[in-house]
Design a binder for this molecule. Structure first.
Ligand code: R2B
Length: 272
């Protein structure tokens, strides 16, 4: 409940001047294409009027599970006192079961699945969707689960930098067999504003810290209970200690690609 309430408080503030830009697509081929099919959303520029459906979107909230993002959309519907009943909101991507998507007023709520490959596909199609729909001034929030490092359970971590397994603020993408490195720093202004919103609410312990993105839930995050475990309990603690010293306050599996794609495409991104 903490994340939706903090976010609601933030959205309740007047929409700030800090977000006055269009989504920047970094693909010269895209605008020459007769049709762009967003395969995993089951949407297309030919079959759907994307500006009409999505043009007024201001906040995109993404999270791992489909059920959670539906519940989040219903919560926002209720809190924004929209017409109709929250239970009746329709999954815009119902023709596919890859992702779910709900639109409630200016808020789009989308699931991204687990891990970098899954959220990366969703991000490509989402950024293209925002471009085709001619959206402006959009802020993108990831509201998801993660494991805290040296924090009381339930603490909300607003990500300062998304870092890789070596605590570096970078995302490695393999393109045509070569590794490309992209930066993963997130928008400082929006993160600070969210922290302020959280402080005003009380009851929701919130910190700003680095989020470490791993490519695996078990060995990659130093868990001792996977099917494989090639390290000792002490080695695990040593790694987590080093992570903490490097500013890591939580661990999850999607932040680096989220942050790097927001940065390249000129989107304000906040990672919770
Ligand atoms: C957090 O929770 C999921 C793994 O259980 C994964 O998506 C993540 O980043």
């Amino acid at each position: 409940m903490a994340l939706p309430v903090i976010l609601l408080n933030c959205i309740g503030n007047e929409h700030k001047d800090y977000i006055k830009q269009q989504v920047q697509i970094k693909n010269p081929y895209l605008d020459t294409m007769e049709e762009d099919i967003l395969y995993h959303f089951s949407l297309s520029t030919k079959t759907h009027n994307l500006p009409e459906m999505f043009g007024d979107t201001k906040f995109v909230c993404v999270g791992g599970s489909a059920n959670r993002m539906r519940a989040f959309a219903q919560f926002m519907h209720h809190e924004m006192k929209l017409t109709g009943t929250p239970e009746d909101i329709r999954d815009i991507c119902e023709a596919t079961d890859r992702y779910c998507m709900y639109k409630v007023g200016p808020v789009l709520s989308i699931s991204h699945g687990m891990g970098v490959p899954s959220i990366s596909i969703m991000m490509h199609e989402l950024i293209k969707l925002l471009h085709h729909a001619q959206c402006r001034d959009v802020v993108l929030f990831r509201l998801g689960t993660s494991g805290g490092v040296g924090l009381a359970p339930g603490t909300v971590v607003i990500t300062d930098k998304a870092v890789d397994y070596s605590f570096r603020p970078r995302f490695e993408q393999v393109v045509l067999g070569k590794v490309i490195i992209r930066s993963t720093e997130l928008d400082e202004g929006v993160a600070k504003e969210l922290l302020q919103c959280s402080n005003e609410l009380q009851n929701f312990p919130t910190v700003i810290g680095n989020t470490m993105c791993t490519h695996d839930f078990y060995e990659g995050q130093g868990r001792l209970d996977g099917a494989l475990c090639s390290f000792s309990h002490e080695e695990k603690l040593e790694y987590l200690r080093k992570a903490y010293e490097a500013g890591v306050r939580n661990i999850e599996m999607e932040s680096t690609v989220f942050a790097s794609m927001c940065r390249v495409c000129g989107l304000k991104g906040v990672y919770l």
